[in-house]
Design a protein around this ligand. Sequence first.
Ligand SMILES: [Zn+2]
Length: 430
Amino acid sequence: MRLMRLWIKDPLAILAPRAERGLVIEGARIVECVARGQSPALPYEATFDASRYVVLPGLINAHHHFYQTLTRAHPAGQAKELIPWLVAMERVWGRMTPETLRIAVRMALVELLLSGCTTAADHHNLFPPGLENAIDIEVEEARDLGLRMTVTRGSMGISEKDGGLQPDSIVQDSDTILEDSERVLKLFHDPKPGAMIRVALAPCSPLAVPKRVVAESARLAERHDCRLHCHLCQSLDEDVYSVERFGVRSVDLLEEAGWLTPRTWVAHGIHFNPGEIERLGRMGVCPTKDLEAAGAAIGLGVDGSASNDSSNMMEAVRHALMLQRLRYGPSKVTAYDALRWGTEGSARCLGRDDIGRIAPGMQADLALYTLDEPRFSGAQDPIAALALCGAHRADRVMVAGRWRVIDGAPEGIDLEALIAKHKAAARAFA
Ligand SMILES: [Zn+2]
């Protein structure tokens, strides 16, 4: 017996070609787009009236640090450059426990979901004693809420005792990192289409772990068919440090370790030189129009809540639009570019061709927005309006064919109780 079919009918607008009358989903997948003047070719059992909604593919968050939701707008982190900021905040994050991590993760996932995000990557690199099972906690929470996730087994391995920046208490030795990477890959990584959980390996940066961890991670990724991720060239002082300590820039360190392959996506990538843009273009990942022109995938991520400090994917789309216009000029970057980066582009970063677009055969991951607020009133192009007028909240969100947000509220979550619990947990990090 086949699964029930649902026609999401007559949307106000939809970001998909030849789907003016909506789409039909069966189980977890999209089976049909319905063009203007048509009706579904397949029989269907139910309809959802989408006439109030702008329908997008679910947004995909390519980079985050969920644990940081407990240290938003933290006084120790304000008015600092990257490295002093990290040094100050890592002393605070070292207090993370399994209980506080769980509540931080839940808050980040709920926040993302409410903004229209259906798949999230989290770069978890914090493993103080007692928090060895951090990845297990993240997977449990994602499964509970029904979001798709690429959970990255991050790592930090060079601490103060080795002349590094991290406090000794939050780093792990290379054997522990590599053994646990393999453990979580075996336990949770699902490379199949439609996967709800994938694992990627993600040293914090090529500067934060011994070279062996970077190189062995690449080998493990080949063996388990998973992605590789790290921060790269996120501030100018990062490369000053890299040249001082390793004698080369961080892109060179990655290349030496066998990371410049289509398996890798990197976060930030702001300070590449022209030669590096060409090399990364060939590799297949990174931001800005130049990189896109060089063949790279551009995705969007909200980043950790100690630096953003919110986890709103639609806000990230708008920020990308504004910042890239500042760089390239308003005629070169459109709202549709920014929306593409936050959906298809992020999907490419995560190595997925089953999400990020609305088309038959794709997973039924959707974000539906109303344009009822004053900020949208009079908008002519409903899709562009989401980015240009600043949409913040999705009214309905579907992941793998199931509604996870209804009328702006997350299914099965008492939001008030969650906020109260999260606020209480954050007191331990003041
Ligand atoms: Zn980050």
